[in-house]
Write a protein of this length. Sequence first.
Length: 148
Amino acid sequence: MEVEDMMVAEVTALAYRIFGFLPNPAAGVSDLEVEAAEYDLGVRLPESYRTLLRHFGAASRCCHEFFGLPRDGLWGDIVLMNAADRTHSLPGLVKFTLGDDGLGYYLDTTRMDAAGECPVVRVHRGTEKVTIASTFLDFFQQLAAGTA
């Protein structure tokens, strides 16, 4: 099984545990749409998050909403949500969800590794980054396990 196929399988299994549904081909987005969002954001998104976008577009269930590229409206669009985010002044951070306390979780694209993954952080006092997970996939696993 190729690396990308394994990533799709893992993201799909975790998304099913968190959101209770499998990918809908009509909701997923193309590589071109992902690249356009990356251009607008000025960053390259981590591979695991790109996989979520390509297969789910965006995903939400009760208190867990992952910003993405929803086909059914503008709320939750990762580009628009980040354009409206004024909670920090740090470059390279991409807000992808909110915690129960209303604070954002961010992909720290300034710390991308060789595998195309980056840590998930929270921002405190405007500039202090606190690492929550080593990658988006690790964060997704914590959420599925109820430890995030």
